[in-house]
Structure formats: C-alpha cells, structure tokens
Design a protein around this ligand. Structure first.
Ligand code: GLY
Length: 418
C-alpha cells in the first residue's frame, strides 16, 4: 500500500500515525511533511504549489491513495487535477472547497439553503464598508476576510475605531494579497462553540465525535485568533439531541443543497458550530480535517481510517460504520512566543525522549536536522493524551509539558478546563 499525504501540520502527523498503525508495511510519502512526520514517512521534495509535479509523482510511484490535509491545495483544485489524471485522492474538488475558500459563497449558500447561520452583509468596497460600520453596524459585529487566512482573518469588533483598521488592512493594505478583496460583516452570536466534522462521499455521511477547539491565543479565550491552541473530544455539552439537530438542520441540508448545485462533496466536511439560544448555527465550514481537532479525534477512532477514506473515494461510505473509544482525549499546543504574529524559529527542541508512553506528540512547525528537532513555525508541537475523564487526560498532558523545552515555548494553561 502506497500513500501520499499533503501537508505539514499536527493534523498530517496524526493522520500518518493512524494509517501507519493500521497498515502492514505501508510506504508513506509526505509533501512537505515536518520533523516528526519524517520519522514515519518519506519526505518528497516537491513544493506543495507544484500540483502537476505532485500528480506526476503519484503516477510514477503508483500511489494508492493521496490525502490532502490543508485548505490551500484544495482551493487551488488539486483534487480536480488528480481525478482528471485517474489518481485516487481524498478531499473535495475546488467547487466544493468553496465552502471554506470563499466565506461569502458559503454564507450565500447557507442563506439560500435555509441552513441556520448568523445574519450578514458582504462588502467589496472600502468606502461602502466604512460607511456601513460608521452608520449602521450594531456592535459587536464579526468582520471576516472572504478568503483563506489560516484561521486569522476574523475579528470581533466592538466599535467604529476597531473596525476601520480591519477594513484598511483588507482593502487598502491588501494584507492577504488578493485581486478583489471582500469582507463579510456578520451578526455576533453568543454560545458555546464546537467542531462537528463528518466524512462524506457526497451521498451518505458519518459524523465524527464532536471536538472543542480553542482558537484564541491567550488563557480565558482572550487575544487574537490562531489556527487553534488546544482541543478536546468528546464534548459532553453536545448531547444526543443537539447532535440530531445539527445533522437534520445543518449536515443533511448542506449535502443535499450541494447536490442540487451539481456539487459532489467528498472527504471531510468540518462544520464550526455555535450553540445559540435559538439552536445550533454554522459559524464557518472548513473543507478538510481540523487542526488540532484531528489530533484528538484519531487517537479515539477504533475503526481503521484507511477503510473509511477508501470508502469515501469509492463512494461506498454507506457500507462503513465507525466505532470510537469512549475515553477523553486532550491536546495542548506548544507554540513559539509571539504567534500568531511575528515569532522566532530555528530553536532546538529538547526533551522529546522524556515523554511518557501514554502521551503522543504530534509535530506541527518542526524540522529535523542531524537527528535533532528544531522549531520551524508558530504552532510547534501538540501534546496529546487520553484518560477516563477529561481531567485525567488534561493532567497527563500538563504534567508532560515541562519535560519538553525550546526557547520561547508558549501554551495556554486552561485547555480542557474552560
Ligand atoms: N481548528 C480550526 C481549523 O482547523 O480550522
């Protein structure tokens, strides 16, 4: 069995860890991978943006399954290119990935499909958006950049003075370097948030267990958004009744309404949900596994991931059932101080050999040189453990963190406590 994984985060490390535990003598390749991934997979030196070269590699190596981790290659149509060349790949086509790559497309889709979400306005002009903020906005409001921004293009705005710099960054400074920048101004919703991921082959779907992600950088959910600073699963406040509502009002209408638009969504669909007093609503869709959600979901998944992925690719998901371990899983992210803004990299990581056997370390921004690991990104490592209770799992993680060190190590102290 030959597998190719695209991506370089903790999510991809967890996917490779799970697949390599369930396949006999697999050959796994990764593009671009990271330090931890290089211990389990062969790193292939092709830049992720060179899609044609990646397809050529998959054909030459006769890869049985390619799995796409991050959103950018999905939004650029890597799945379409693989399928045109007859290569099996796990992930949605470009049109389906619009659910994540264009927040305005997703909002209009939800609005037209009757899927519960916050009210919104879309702007593609600085002056019009500024005028709206100055005269009509009811604060707080949420401002979102329309395209991909690694989880960082969203801000809650409490005043005109806070709103204008956001607009200036998007429209005047064009910090995300897009041709026609757009923003979405959304109603601010309050409630508990959770990540509801499903596997789907475009017809049937299987939900994963809910997970709770911590997006803000500081304890107490303060500061700017990040890609995610920690996570746990299962989520006790997501009861069976709430799951049913999410499936009936959000998941099923999403799949059905995509079908009506002749869009077959295959892969993982991630629904970012908020439980409001009016019921669950969609905050965002992602067209892929979450990071760090994957790091707490896969250690709990009893069923072989490969069976599920192959069933998705063959459009036979109806034949599969997924079983989960009932234990709790907690992930705390160790980041480089300064993240999600400017941060240092290239710092040696010490103590990985001291990690107890019942704790997993999934690497994110790391590289390996001369048998030593170094930081190479904002999120560096995921420290993950399982326990009979969420407290037991969390304590095991927090007891491990002092054993690992690198200059500028930063983490939240309240993961799984809040
Ligand atoms: N944890 C949020 C994301 O994967 O986008």
């Amino acid at each position: 069995m030959k597998i190719l994984i695209l991506g370089s985060g903790g999510r991809e490390h967890a996917i490779i860890w799970k697949l390599s535990s369930e396949i006999k003598n697999p050959t796994i390749f990764a593009i671009p991978g990271n330090g931890g991934i290089s211990d389990l997979a062969n790193i292939v030196n092709i830049p992720l943006r060179q899609k044609k070269e990646i397809v050529d590699f998959a054909q030459k190596e006769k890869i049985n399954l390619t799995v796409v981790g991050p959103e950018t290659p999905l939004s650029e149509g890597i799945v379409d290119l693989f399928l045109e060349n007859g290569c099996p790949i796990f992930g949605p086509v470009k049109k389906a990935a619009l659910l994540e790559s264009s927040k305005s497309w997703a909002k209009e889709f939800m609005s037209a499909s009757g899927i519960p979400t916050g009210g919104f306005e879309i702007f593609d002009d600085f002056s019009v958006a500024k005028d709206f903020i100055e005269t009509k906005a009811k604060f707080p409001v949420v401002l979102k950049f329309d395209g991909l921004a690694a989880g960082k293009g969203v801000s809650i705005i409490y005043s005109i003075e806070e709103g204008i710099p956001f607009l200036e960054n998007i429209f005047l400074k064009n910090i995300y370097k897009t041709e026609n920048p757009k923003i979405i101004l959304e109603e601010f919703l309050s409630g508990r948030e959770l990540s509801y991921l499903i596997f789907t082959d475009g017809e049937s779907f299987i939900p994963m267990e809910p997970a709770k992600d911590y997006k803000k950088i500081f304890d107490g959910d303060k500061g700017p958004n990040t890609g995610g600073m920690g996570c746990f699963s299962p989520v006790d406040f997501c009861t069976k009744e709430i799951k049913k509502i999410i499936e009936n009002q959000i998941v099923i209408p999403t799949i059905k309404n995509l079908q009506k638009r002749n869009i077959t969504y295959t892969g993982v669909l991630y629904c970012g949900i908020i439980l409001t007093s009016d019921g669950p609503k969609v905050l965002e869709y992602n067209a892929r596994f979450g990071d760090p959600e994957t790091e707490v979901l896969l250690p709990r998944m009893k069923t072989p991931l490969l069976d599920v992925m192959e069933a998705v690719v063959k459009r036979e998901l109806r034949k599969i059932k997924i079983a989960w371990h009932q234990e709790y899983c907690v992930d705390v992210v160790l980041a480089s101080r300064g993240y999600p803004e400017k941060h240092q990299t290239g710092k040696q990581i010490f103590g990985l050999d001291n990690v107890p056997r019942d704790v997993f370390v999934f690497h994110s921004g790391t590289k390996k040189q001369n048998n030593e690991y170094y930081t190479s990104g904002g999120r560096v490592l995921n420290i993950v453990s399982i326990g009979q209770t969420i407290t037991e799992a969390g304590e095991r993680v927090y007891k491990t963190i002092p054993l690992i060190d690198f200059e500028g190590k930063y983490y939240r102290n309240d993961i799984a406590l809040l």
